[in-house]
Ligand binder design. Structure first.
Ligand SMILES: [Cu+2]
Length: 434
C-alpha cells in the first residue's frame, strides 16, 4: 500500500486542532457559498493551505436533515470557475443530481442554483462538486450530508469521520497539476498527507459512539485500523445492514461510507496500515469514564424502503479497460468502458422504470476501480446471492462483480469510476430510465 512521504508528520494527529468541521443544526443552512478559503490542514503552527470551501471552510458545513424531509440549498458559486453540487448516494430526483451537461447547466462564477430535494433514506451521505471534480473535490469542495432516522439509535456521540488525503508541499501549499496524465493513468492523484477529520475530540471510556466514516479522497482507497473500541458495522453507503456485522477489515473506496456503532474502551484511533508502524489518521481521546454505559446489544438500523430486485429484465456487461499496464481498447482516452472513452452519445442502457438489471462489472485493468451509480442503490451479488446494498462498489484489478439494480428512478444517470482522475480520463458512461 502506498505510504505517505510527509512522514515526519507521522505523530501529527494527537493533540492538534482539527480542521474546522462546523455542524449544522437540524435546520441545514439555506445557502452554500463556494469560494476560496485558507485551511489548516497541516498541524497547527505549520503552513496553511489555499483551498476552496463552502461557507468559509473546507470541508463545507455538515448538513443534517431528518429522513423524509426536504433540503433546500441555494448554491452560490464564487470560485472563479464553473461548478455544481452532487448529493452523493441520495436517491434524488434527476434534475437535482448536480451533473453539469446532463441534469443541469454548470453554475458559472457569480451564478447560483437552487437545489431542493427530499432525502428518502436515513444514513450517511455526502455532497461534492461534480464539475471538474478531480480538481474541485481535491481543492476542498465537499462536505458530509447526514440524514437522521426518525428515532436514531441510542449513542453518546454521533461522530462524522471524513477520510481524505492531500498532496502538499512541506509549507502546506497544495501542489497543482490536477490534470496530470500520469496520475490519471495510474491510481489517480494520491496525496502525501492524510487525515481522518473527526467531529469530536474526546469521549469517555464506556461511551457508545456512532462512527460515520466517509472516504472523501479523489483516488485513495482507505484501509483503516480501528482500535480502542469494540462494536459492529451497521450500514454501508448509507444503507442499513440487515444484521450488524463484525468489524473485521475496514476498507473504503473513494466515496464509500461505513457506519459503525462502538463502545469506547481506550483512546480511539484511526490508523492507516503501512509496512512499518501504522500511520495515525486521527483519534478520539479518552477523558474519564461513563458511569452508566448504554451497553445494550447493537441492533439493526431501521431497514431502508428500497425496491426488491425481481428476475433480471436485462443482463449487461460493463468492462473497464485501459490505464497504465492495461490492454488496448478502442476508446480515445486513457480509460474506457466497453471500448468507449467518456460519455457516449447514447446511454450504455435504457430501462423502463422498475426494471431490474444484472450488470457484470469486469475489471480488465491493472488498477482497482470504485464504480458509482447515480440516483440508485444496487446490490452487490455473489454466488451466495444478494450481498450489500451500495451506491459505489470496489472492483479490484482483474476481478469482476455482478450488481443487481432496480432502475426505478426516472432520468439520466451517470455510472462512473469514483477515482475521479479515471472518470476525467474516460471511465464514465450513463443510463437512462424512462
Ligand atoms: Cu477507476
Amino acid at each position: 500500500m502506498t505510504g505517505f512521504t510527509l512522514n515526519r508528520r507521522r505523530a501529527m494527529a494527537s493533540g492538534l486542532a482539527l480542521l474546522a468541521m462546523p455542524r449544522a443544526a437540524l435546520a441545514a443552512p439555506t445557502v452554500l457559498r463556494a469560494a476560496p478559503v485558507s485551511a489548516q490542514i497541516l498541524p497547527k503552527g505549520d503552513g496553511t493551505t489555499a483551498m476552496l470551501g463552502l461557507n468559509g471552510t473546507t470541508p463545507g458545513p455538515e448538513l443534517r436533515v431528518k429522513q423524509g424531509s426536504r433540503l433546500d440549498v441555494t448554491f452560490e458559486n464564487q470560485i472563479g470557475a464553473d461548478s455544481a453540487l452532487h448529493w452523493h448516494g441520495i436517491r434524488i430526483e434527476n434534475a437535482m443530481d448536480g451533473v453539469p451537461g446532463m441534469t443541469q447547466s454548470a453554475v458559472p462564477h457569480g451564478g447560483r442554483f437552487d437545489y431542493s430535494f427530499v432525502a428518502p433514506d436515513a444514513g450517511t451521505f455526502w455532497y461534492h462538486s461534480h464539475s471538474r471534480s478531480w480538481e474541485q473535490v481535491e481543492q476542498g469542495l465537499y462536505g458530509a450530508l447526514i440524514v437522521e432516522e426518525a428515532e436514531p439509535p441510542a449513542v453518546d456521540h454521533d461522530v462524522t469521520v471524513l477520510l481524505d488525503d492531500w498532496r502538499l508541499e512541506e509549507d502546506g501549499t497544495l501542489i497543482g497539476g490536477f490534470g496530470n496524465r500520469h496520475d490519471f493513468a495510474h491510481a489517480g492523484r494520491l496525496g502525501n498527507f492524510a487525515r481522518a477529520l473527526v467531529s469530536v475530540d474526546t469521549a469517555r471510556r464506556g461511551d457508545r459512539l456512532r462512527l460515520r466514516l466517509i472516504n472523501t479522497a479523489t483516488a485513495r482507497i482507505f484501509p483503516v485500523i480501528l482500535s480502542g473500541a469494540s462494536g459492529k458495522v451497521v450500514a454501508l453507503d448509507g444503507m442499513p445492514l440487515p444484521a450488524p456485522r463484525e468489524i473485521g477489515d475496514i476498507t473504503l473506496a473513494p466515496a464509500q461510507r461505513m457506519d459503525l456503532i462502538v463502545d469506547v474502551t481506550d483512546t480511539l484511533r484511526f490508523d492507516f496500515p503501512t509496512r512499518g508502524d501504522p500511520y495515525e489518521l486521527g483519534r478520539i481521546a479518552v477523558e474519564g469514564d461513563n458511569p452508566s454505559p448504554i451497553g445494550t446489544d447493537i441492533t439493526p438500523l431501521p431497514a431502508a424502503n428500497t425496491p426488491t430486485p425481481g428476475p433480471a429484465d436485462h443482463e449487461l456487461t460493463l468492462t473497464m479497460q485501459g490505464g497504465a499496464m492495461g490492454g488496448r481498447h478502442s476508446g480515445d482516452d486513457i480509460w474506457a468502458l466497453n471500448g468507449h472513452s467518456g460519455l457516449p452519445e447514447t446511454p450504455f442502457a435504457r430501462f423502463k422504470r422498475g426494471e431490474t438489471a444484472r450488470i457484470r462489472l469486469v475489471n480488465e485493468t491493472a488498477f482497482p476501480h470504485g464504480m458509482h451509480l447515480h440516483g440508485h442503490h444496487f446490490y452487490e451479488t455473489s454466488e451466495a446471492g444478494l450481498g450489500d446494498l451500495r451506491d459505489t462498489t470496489l472492483i479490484n484489478r482483474g476481478e469482476s462483480r455482478d450488481i443487481l439494480c432496480v432502475f426505478d428512478n426516472p432520468g439520466k444517470w451517470l455510472l462512473h469510476c469514483h477515482m475521479l482522475g479515471h472518470q476525467a480520463a474516460g471511465m464514465k458512461t450513463w443510463v437512462e430510465v424512462t
